[in-house]
Write a protein that binds this ligand. Structure first.
Ligand SMILES: Nc1ncnc2c1ncn2[C@@H]1O[C@H](COP(=O)(O)OP(=O)(O)OP(=O)(O)O)[C@@H](O)[C@H]1O
Ligand SMILES: [Mg+2]
Length: 293
């Protein structure tokens, strides 16, 4: 058992921007990476306040892939922003067990890339914030560009990329800093079905390789079942936890070693357009006929 005060970055909501150094009380649950207790968030609106979230209790274990679903406006993005420390909770407490100065990376709901930066500069953005070793940052950015099928576009600007490619840049930028916790807010929602399938599979492959803790917001139950270890269901605003399911099906990508995606004869990588989506194997036991079609 780990003492929370030694290992967590955490904060208490106080309705202002102050941050508590440690999680409030008790011992940190074994294996837990993120713990939220009675977290609430309101936004001021003229004389009233919009109560967006909570009280919301949450726990994600180290290496767990948790999907969050719920109706539009129920506070999913708000919760992710609280976890990412982008906003403070107005009530409750939240903590992430980590010794890293910035353990979290976020992929936002829209394609949030910097239009004035090239693909490489976008991907290395987080790396440049923590290290002045430009050669190493460049090498790592190019390596992530290659893993996300963007090798031929490292010097391109986002305006010359498709929406799917821009989202891959955002994902590469988040993964390049090797975060302990990856927060993804409907990262594939704006993509066409084919690109969504490819990126879902690629995300699982990457997750399988290094097992980050992932908190993934989606409106698609199929996507949640396909990707998640657990699915949390939120109520309408103010969002509260109404159900917490463990996905009961095995995920072959997780248990049977490397993925079995068809490889283009030209060895173009996972995003080669010559690759047949129909031939892409889907996880057995998951009800994703719609995706298969
Ligand atoms: N910065 C803000 N200022 C004021 N109100 C906000 C702010 N951010 C969110 N809200 C309000 O909080 C509520 C929850 O918003 P949030 O974006 O978290 O919902 P969501 O579950 O992510 O919705 P969607 O599925 O449509 O993305 C909404 O009523 C929204 O209007
Ligand atoms: Mg949202």
């Amino acid at each position: 058992m780990v003492s929370v005060s030694e290992t967590s970055v955490g904060r208490k909501g106080r309705g202002d921007s102050s941050r508590a150094a440690t999680f409030p009380t008790g011992e940190w649950p074994e294996n837990a990476k993120i713990v939220a207790k009675q977290v609430e968030r309101s936004f001021p609106k003229r004389k009233l306040a919009v109560h967006a979230l909570g009280p919301f209790d949450f726990q994600a274990d180290d290496g767990e892939f948790v999907c969050l679903v719920g109706p539009s406006g129920c506070g999913k993005s708000t919760f992710l922003r609280v976890v990412a420390s982008l906003i403070e909770p107005t009530g409750g407490a939240i903590g992430i067990r980590s010794n890293a100065p910035s353990p979290v990376a976020t992929v936002f709901q829209d394609h949030s890339v910097f239009p004035w930066k090239t693909v490489e500069e976008n991907i290395r953005f987080g790396l440049d914030l923590v290290s002045n070793d430009h050669a190493e940052n460049s090498r790592r950015a190019r390596s992530w560009a290659e893993r996300l099928g963007l090798s031929d576009f490292v010097d391109s600007f986002p305006s010359s990329l498709s929406g799917g490619m821009r989202q891959r840049v955002a994902i590469a930028r988040a993964l390049a800093v090797e975060p302990e916790v990856l927060l993804m807010d409907e990262p594939f929602a704006a993509l066409d079905a084919q690109m969504r399938l490819i990126l879902q599979e690629e995300l699982l492959r990457l997750w399988q390789a290094d097992r980050r803790t992932v908190l993934f917001v989606t409106h698609s139950l199929e996507e949640a079942i396909l990707l998640g270890d657990r699915i949390l269901v939120m109520s309408a605003r103010p969002g509260k936890l109404v159900a917490d399911f463990k996905v009961p099906f095995p995920r072959p990508l997780r248990s049977a070693g490397p993925p079995s995606s068809p490889i283009c004869m030209n060895k173009c990588g996972p995003f080669c357009e010559k690759k047949s989506i129909a031939a892409t194997p889907r996880p057995i036991g998951r009800n994703d006929d719609e995706l298969r079609g």
